[in-house]
Design a protein around this ligand. Sequence first.
Ligand SMILES: *[C@@H]1O[C@H](CO)[C@@H](O)[C@H](O)[C@H]1NC(C)=O
Ligand SMILES: *[C@@H]1O[C@H](CO)[C@@H](O)[C@H](O)[C@H]1NC(C)=O
Length: 501
Amino acid sequence: MKFSLIWAALVNPSKLFSTALTLIVVDRRPDTGTSSDASFYPPLDAISYITNAKHGTYGGIFTAPADEETEKIDGTYNYCTMPHPSPDLYQLPSPVREGSVEAQLIYVEYMQRHQRRTPYNILPGGEDQEYHCDNVHITAGSSSADSSLIPVPMYTETYKDSKNPFTRQYVNGTCQYPQLTLGGVLDGYRHGRDLWAVYGEQMKLLPSSPDTNNVWFRASSSPLTHASASAVLRGIWPDYDGSLPLHQQAAGIDTVDQGFPCPSRSQLLSTIQSTDEWNQHLAATQDLRDRLAIMFNANRTDWMSTFDHFADNFQGRLCNGYRLPCSLDDPSKCAMEDDAYAVFRAGDWEWNYWWNRNQKASHYIQLTEGLFLQEIALRLTAIKEGTLDRVYSHTFIHDGDLGPILGALGIQQLRWPGMAANIAFEVWYVKYSVGPSDLIWKSSPDFLTRQTSDSEFYVRVLYSGHPLRTSEGKLDWVPFSKLIQRLNKHVPQDIVGMCSS
Ligand SMILES: *[C@@H]1O[C@H](CO)[C@@H](O)[C@H](O)[C@H]1NC(C)=O
Ligand SMILES: *[C@@H]1O[C@H](CO)[C@@H](O)[C@H](O)[C@H]1NC(C)=O
């Protein structure tokens, strides 16, 4: 692989530098409020964000067509189809763009939530609309790895049996909830085409065919992320005619999607959800929750204790061309747009509280995502040290994974990471640099050593296509070791012990 030779020469000097170099280059230009990523960072510290109906969707988009790809994906927060690196949105990191460094992109660690889908949570009183999925074929099969047994290619087809008496209290339709909708599948294909345009055509990083020696794919054990991977990877490599390995860990101990057992994780969540601040947000939304509970027969702890289920149900509808639900008992009572927007704002507030704002967020992140954060940190380090020959890893996961990862990175405000929300860790190898970094180098004690090399590794973190805004500025150009330190702050020393205690 092409970087191995230079690496061999650079590993040692760069190791010497990384400890002494403490500069974190961040973009501190004031936020004018007009940039397309402003919709990602609402005032989530305030309960009034939830209760003030004037906030509406806070610039976000919560609707998408049923059976077509999302027409316009700009940089705006879009719950149904989050923006991603695309030719319209992608910019080189500012020092590279401004010419103060000459640098090459050598590796991308990409992770994303699956595309838009039907809901997990069917209204307890039953649904008044049918969901159609007969336009999507979910394929699956098993073959012997040596190809001696070629299976019949099969797809699943969900049907309804009119004799099944439970349909009325459930939902009448042809979906296997929470499966991807056709719109989700098409959005996935588009996501992949855009990734190719940026990291293939423009940056020349991705190989023209998926050579498994230097690209790697992983998913959670959920059929959703598997389905998403097959659509996105088809977008990246439209003409590839082989099959590809999608790596998974065993579901019961998976390091993503809360796979490994961790009783203390749920205990900690109960503590987090009993603070005064948490209770204030529940009190502020009591009327709304009571009204919805009566309308949809949903006065149950799982529907009332957080906004997860109502938000999931309403998003599933609006993001796939359906309308908001009405009561089955009294069709004149319906969830209104303002109700849905209040539910979505409350959902945003909760996500920010869980992964960012509460006092125990770091501990909660460790118990949930610490092992996956460690995998990322180790992989990035192996890339820097030249011990891993790879240009691209892509992991298909869930909102419940992206939340803690963004929390660990120090995101300024965390809105609920929408469908196909994504994070790209870009590793850049600096060939030559002038300007501010030189000043730092010259004033440091090991100036002489530093002068012998122009090399350094930097990382840029994009969240849904934009450099991630953190409390310390944008992660547009961060010394490699700084980023690893930040990730390692959330890597547990003894996760087995922490989880059982
Ligand atoms: C489901 O929908 C079909 C037609 O779309 C209708 O004929 C049937 O009665 C419905 N079943 C129930 C249980 O609502
Ligand atoms: C929900 O159930 C609780 C406990 O049974 C009850 O106190 C409360 O009034 C109910 N709320 C609504 C809106 O029915």
